[in-house]
Every structure is written in C-alpha cells, then in structure tokens.
Design a binder for this molecule. Structure first.
Ligand code: GLC
Length: 541
C-alpha cells in the first residue's frame, strides 16, 4: 500500500529547551538534539517536531518569535539547524518545525515599527490596534490570564491573546499573508518536511471585535476569536506552497475545538494534512469516553491523529493516576498501546517514553511559564511537563547538560532510576516497552485496514480489531477474559517475572503497579486474562 509518510507516522515532539543541552548553558539546543538522534532512531519514531528555536526574548519559551528566519543563539546557529536536518534525514527521521502565525514577539521589527509609528499609520496595520479610553476595546481575556489588551502611552490598545509580549497579527493585512508564505518557503528550501502550526484556529478575529463569551466557552465554533471562516483560506494558500515542493511536505494544525466536525474542516483535501486530535488527550480514563472519541474521530476526521501529552498539558501519566504513580504509569502505557493500534498518526511528547511524571513541586521562584506570573501564582502553568530530560547519571543534571551546569528548570532529586540510560538496560522499563511497541507498529505498517471493528467486550473494557491485529484495553478494576486470538503480540504490562528486577527511584514508580497473578506471560490460548489498567495486542484468529 502506497500511503504518504505522514498518514501513519509516529512523530516525537522535542521541546527544544528541555531535550539536550550541548553548550552547557542549562538550556537544550540544536547540537544537543543532533547528538541524540541515534536514541530517537533507536526508539523507532518516524519524525521529530521541533518547538520554536527562532530568535526570541523567551517571554513564552520561544512562542514569541522576533525573527522567523533565524536561530536564537541560545539554541545554536542556522548552520547547526542545517546539520541537524541533514543528520536527521540520514537517520531516517523527518523534521517538522513549529510556525507561529497568530502573533509575533513584541521585539519583532514590525511591532517595534508599529510602536514607533503613529496611531492609524501603516505600521500599525499589521497588528490589531484600536482606540479606546480607559477601558480596553472589548472584554477579551488573554489565554494566559488578564485582559487581552495592553494600552500604549499614546492611548491606543493592542491585542494579545497570549502574553503582552506576543502581539496578535492582523491577518486582514496582505503583508502578513505574503510574509508567512515567504517564511514557509524559507524553511522548505532548507529541507524541512513539514510544519506544526501554532494556534492554527486563531489568526482572524471577527470584524468589529465583538465581546466574547467567557473564556471557558471561547473554543466554540461561534467564537469571534477562534476558528473564523477566513482562516481556511490561509491554509489553502499554504497547501499550494507545500504541494509545490517534492517529497510530501506536510502541515499539522494545533486546533483546539470541541467538535470533530469542526476539526475536520481544517483537514479538507486542499487544506492542512493533519490536525491534532485533542479530544483524545482530554478524555478521562474511561472506556466510554475513549470509545466516543475514537468513533467521533474515525467517523468524521480524514487523516486522524492521536496525542496524549505535549508541552502545554499535564503529563498523561500523572493525569491518569494522580494518587498512585504506579497506576498512572500502567494506564499511560495501556493508553499508548491502544493509540498505536488506531488508524492514523501518533504524536509522542519527549519523556513519555521514560514514563516521566508531571513535576508538581517546582519552587515558585523557578517557574518560568508566563501563566504562573500572570495569574499571580493561582495557576501553576506548564513548567511541570517541561523539566529537562534525565539521560544518565545519579544526580541532576542527569546528562541533560554537561556536569556542573544548572538546567533552566530544576530536575527532581529522585530521577536517577528513570534516566534513559538506566531504562535502556532494563527490558521491563517503559523505554523498552515503547521500543517494542513502535517496532511492532512499524512491522504492521501497510497491512492494516483504515477502519476498526468493535468487538463485544465486558464492562470496563474496549476490544477492537484492525484486520490481523486485535487490541484489548481493560480500564476496569478486575481482570477480564481476553478476546479470541491466536497469539499475544505485545502487552503494556511487563511479564510479572521481570517486575522485581526493575529498579526505580522512590516516589517515581516506574513499575507498572499491575501485572501480578495473571497469565499474560503466555503467548497463546483462549483462557488468558487481561489485568486492570492493561492493553494488549493480539493476533486476530
Ligand atoms: C500554543 C503553544 C503554547 C504557546 C501558545 C502561544 O498553544 O503550544 O506553548 O504558549 O501557543 O504561542
């Protein structure tokens, strides 16, 4: 079967600041990523997505871009970028870069010109400026807390849906259109395989800027802010550019919406190739919730995607098991195996292959996410999922930075047992499980139908087949009989015999917390049972 590479790719998100630091300044960088490409190739992913590495004052970790065609010195140089792309391709990895079209940094030359220019002048046309009195022009709130408007000394207000350091572009300006088409070409010419589009449902705001419903309802289709109809024209233009390059260049949109129908509008044949399916990430640990998302997605969205974690949300291992880390990890691995059995493409977030938990106890003075400061500390923000990766060694910086350097966010003192190096040598580790699962998925590539068939399952479970593959997930509290099968291909729970040898640090619970007293170590038979919080891949009879 000849399908485009992205349609069933496993893409690994690299949050550049936190992946690997080669320069020793405590911040991850492009040479650091380059040095870890063998690890990523060995993991078995097909592509990497790099979060923004462009020149930026880092008011929002690089999502405030001051120059769309460069590399911030913190992360390296353009030559480092070119070398990274070349090496990634050598390793069989495609490269997706982030593009941030909703807003720039306040330090971007265009915004600096707008500030220096006069109210009503052409320099302000590229952003959203409005006259106002003492009150902002409307009631819009920033996604990061507080009003979405900031007032200038000359009395005008400018719009920022995120931090004040991130002014929103005015997409009704032809200059903005032309600029981004050129930026796309700049990176395509350097060999990138695709783009992840930040805030893809933003960009246009309804003319007249009417008041919006409260923020908790703002991601609705009828919002004056999100998902305006004009935005689709932008992606049609972008698609033409992507299609004019060889080798299946693609784009995936960060689209937060509450309906699969709305999501599907972004992936019409002449628009984006993919859109993140956040409904999967937002679903609680519940077979009915999972089944609904799967049905809604497969019934409505062409080229579906699946994602459990990213740099903006609490890590799924912690979401699934706040009280008991062992349960959280067992569920995380079971959800992963289920997701990898579904048609479409899967996005992984760095560190989930190590079973990393959310770091909840970062000291306030260490926190850097603008959400924390803008909410006066009432919201923790997203630093807890951005803690630099533990690669090796027994103490911070765990090989993330050269010894002696201080990572930009502190790493927990008890991560020695879950470093990549430690897990590499342990067949019962989460890392070993991810490698097995990704290898098994790759081996099945091209042999599986595009749709699934649900099988009858006991309460608390989900059973489905995709041709030769049967996937069974037990979300309930008791073991259940497995569906009919000939062989057990893979389990999210390590065989019970290997559990005691699995080293893990106190409190981090790299063990799965399940898997004892089951017959899942066997490879055949119909009498086997599936423990709670476990998924398996079986060969369909
Ligand atoms: C997206 C990014 C997030 C960023 C925001 C503003 O949601 O994923 O990290 O803060 O856009 O650019």
């Amino acid at each position: 079967m000849d399908i485009p590479w992205w349609r069933d790719a496993v893409v690994y998100e690299i949050y550049v600041r936190s992946f690997a630091d080669a320069s020793g300044d405590g911040v991850g960088d492009l040479p650091g990523i380059r040095s870890r490409l063998p690890y990523l190739a060995g993991l078995g992913v097909d592509a990497i997505w790099l979060t923004p590495f462009y020149p930026s004052p880092m008011a929002d970790g690089g999502y405030d871009v001051a120059d769309y065609r460069g590399v911030d010195p913190l992360f390296g140089t353009l030559a480092d970028f070119d070398a990274l792309v070349a090496d990634a391709h050598e390793h069989g990895l495609r490269v997706i870069v982030d593009i941030v079209p909703n807003h720039s940094s306040a330090r971007h030359p265009w915004f600096q010109a707008a500030l220096a220019g006069a109210p009503g002048g052409p320099e302000r046309e590229r952003y959203v400026f409005r006259d106002g009195g003492d009150l902002p022009p409307n009631n819009w709130q920033s996604t990061f807390s507080g009003p979405a408007w900031t007032r200038l000394p000359d009395g005008q207000w400018y719009l920022h849906l995120f931090a004040p350091e991130q002014p929103d572009f005015n997409w009704f300006s032809p200059e903005v259109h032309a600029e981004f088409l050129d930026v796309l070409r700049f990176w395509l010419d350097r060999g990138v395989d695709g783009f992840r589009i930040d805030v893809a449902m933003g960009l246009y705001k309804q003319e007249g800027l009417p008041d919006t419903p409260p923020l908790d309802q703002a991601f609705k289709a009828e919002s004056p802010i999100w998902g305006r109809p004009e935005v689709h024209e932008v992606y049609r233009e972008w698609r033409k550019v992507l299609d004019s390059y060889p080798d299946e260049r693609m784009a995936v949109g960060e689209v937060w919406t509450d309906s699969a129908e709305d999501l599907a509008r972004y992936v019409r044949p002449d628009e984006l190739h993919q859109s993140f399916n956040f409904a999967w990430l937002e679903a609680p640990w519940s077979p009915t919730a999972f089944r609904k998302v799967i049905d809604d997605t497969l019934g409505t969205v062409p080229s579906p995607t699946w994602v459990l974690s990213n740099h903006d949300v609490v890590r799924h291992r912690t979401r699934y098991g706040e009280a008991d880390p062992g349960t959280g990890l067992a569920r995380a691995n079971a959800a992963l195996l289920t997701m990898l059995a579904l048609p479409g493409s899967a996005y992984l977030y760095q560190g989930e292959e190590l079973g990393l938990p959310e770091v909840k106890d970062l000291p306030p003075e260490a926190r850097q996410d603008p959400i924390f400061a803008r909410s006066q500390g009432t919201l923790p923000g997203r630093d807890g999922c951005r803690v630099p990766l533990p690669w090796s060694g027994d103490a911070p910086p765990y090989g993330f930075s050269p010894d002696g350097a201080r990572p930009w966010l502190p790493q927990p003192a008890d991560w020695a047992g879950i470093t990549a190096d430690r897990q590499d040598r342990d067949p019962a580790s989460t890392l070993a499980f991810y490698r097995r699962a990704l290898a098994a998925r790759r081996a099945l590539r091209g042999t599986l139908p595009d749709q699934i068939t649900w099988l009858d399952s006991p309460e608390g479970a989900l059973f489905f087949t995709r041709g030769p593959l049967t996937c069974a997930l037990n979300c309930g509290p008791t073991p259940i009989p497995l569906p009919p099968h000939t062989d057990l291909l893979l389990s999210s729970t390590p065989p019970p015999t290997s559990a005691p040898t699995h080293a893990h640090a106190p409190g981090t619970g790299t063990g799965t917390g399940t898997g004892t007293g089951t017959s899942l170590g066997t490879t055949s038979g119909t009498g086997d049972t599936l423990p709670p919080d476990t998924a398996v891949w079986l060969r369909t009879p």
